[in-house]
Design a protein around this ligand. Sequence first.
Ligand SMILES: [Zn+2]
Length: 69
Amino acid sequence: MLLTRSLPKVGNAIKRILVRCPQTGKLTDTGRTVAEASFPTTRLTNNKMTCLHCGQVHSWTKKDVVLAR
Ligand SMILES: [Zn+2]
């Protein structure tokens, strides 16, 4: 007897990496993604992004990250 279950794997979702713009205070998509389960062990250092809100280039680190769906 076959049971086909497609239960979602907890914590395995792919999240978008957002950081908060220091100029406008708005969340900005960095264009990067990370698996939620591996985020605690993922190294994210010395990253830069061009901000959609103010047009400047911001550097960000892992502590600045907000994960979004
Ligand atoms: Zn900005």
